[in-house]
Design a protein around this ligand. Structure first.
Ligand code: SF4
Length: 359
């Protein structure tokens, strides 16, 4: 049984090699937090993000040096890159010329229509798409003065900006309407989704640190995806962006939309637990980050209840006093010395991946 409604049909665009909208899989996006000018650091972070499941990456382009760095960054990565531009249309043009696969602009802060037109003409020449990114905190003054900065104002800004680009005969558009709170983000996306078939990028912006950010993102993105709204997603956290990608995949998995890599079932522990389960679970999670084949593993505190409580896991370990056990689908495979539990589990997961055709 699925709680997710049929996805709203949007038109399809492409960002580099990734199809977005029109029934394509919902793509996981993130944004680097390195200095874009620092090519080595940026490439290294994008590679880590790619391994964690990031499918489209956005980089900030605050100046010409950053725009020119895109050429070298692109040579070192395997996923499409979106250049994030504010205020200066010349940066967007330079980013496109240096190989960006898409541009993210907020036409509200690019200035005169003639500048937006230059960006659009450049995007057309290079065959790349543009994301119109509307944020509640940076709406056009005229809209904010007459409508405030709530969902209706955000949707109106989106409508006007889409119209502007379409009036320039440009349709390779993706749209996002974000706020830092769940209610406005969700409602604005609902309004926009009802008024257009342009693919939507959804997320809650500036959502906060780990606990606040994951909670707000899971609620906001989760509600929209469950309603069939959203073509790409980004979790925004004040943390290593790898955590954003991991969270995004957990949201997709929890809703049964897409699966990737290891799903961990682990118990909260109780007075029966005799091992440092928190530490083991954290180490295993990190060690298995790059695994792509979907596999459900269990890390349970005790042999008494662990295997039964995690029957659905493909592979599991449960702690004991000195000796733990390895189990599969709830059935005991063998006893394992406590200090070998983690290694044994990792070996079994690697075998599982090989048997499933992974690498
Ligand atoms: Fe407690 Fe064992 Fe259940 Fe973990 S698996 S919560 S240790 S009873």
């Amino acid at each position: 049984m699925s709680i997710v409604k049929k996805r709203k049909k949007t038109r399809q665009i492409t960002i580099g090699s990734v199809k977005v909208g029109g029934g394509a899989p919902i793509a996981v996006q993130s944004m680097t937090n390195t200095y874009t000018q620092d090519v080595d650091a940026t490439v290294s972070q994008i590679r880590h993000l790619t391994m964690a499941g990031c499918e489209i990456i956005r980089v900030a382009v605050p100046d010409m040096e950053a725009a020119h760095a895109i050429k070298k960054i692109k040579a070192g990565i395997d996923i499409p890159l979106i250049a994030d531009i504010h205020f200066d249309h010349r940066l967007a043009i330079a980013a496109a010329e240096c190989g960006a696969d898409a541009l993210r602009i907020n036409p509200g802060n690019i200035g005169a229509e003639s500048r937006v037109l230059k960006v659009v003409q450049c995007a057309k020449e290079h065959g790349i798409s543009i994301r119109i990114g509307v944020n509640s905190g940076s709406l056009e003054k005229q809209i904010e003065q007459s409508m405030g900065n709530g969902p209706k104002a955000m949707a109106e800004s989106a409508r006007r900006n889409v119209e502007l680009l379409q009036s320039m005969d440009f349709n390779d558009i993706k749209l996002s309407v974000k706020a830092s709170d769940v209610s406005r983000s969700v409602e604005a996306c609902r309004l926009v989704s009802a008024q257009t078939d342009i693919p939507l990028h959804v997320g809650v912006t500036e959502a906060g640190g780990v606990i606040a950010g994951i909670t707000k993102s899971a609620l906001g993105i989760g509600m929209l995806l469950a309603e069939g709204i959203g073509d790409t997603i980004r979790v925004s956290l004040t943390r290593d962006p790898v955590e954003e990608v991991r969270t995004a995949w957990e949201i997709l998995r929890a809703l049964g939309i897409r699966k990737r890599g290891v799903e961990i079932i682990s118990c909260p522990t109780c007075g029966r637990c005799r091992i440092d389960l928190f530490d083991i679970a954290e180490k295993i999670e990190k060690a298995l980050l790059k695994f792509k084949v979907p596999v459900k593993i269990a890390i349970m505190g005790c042999v008494v209840n662990g295997p039964g409580e995690a029957k659905e896991a493909d592979i599991g370990i449960a702690g004991g006093d000195g000796m733990g056990i390895l189990f599969k689908k709830g059935k005991l495979v063998r006893k394992v010395p406590q200090d070998r539990l983690m290694d044994v589990l990792l070996e079994e997961v690697k075998n599982f991946e090989k048997e499933s055709g992974g690498n």
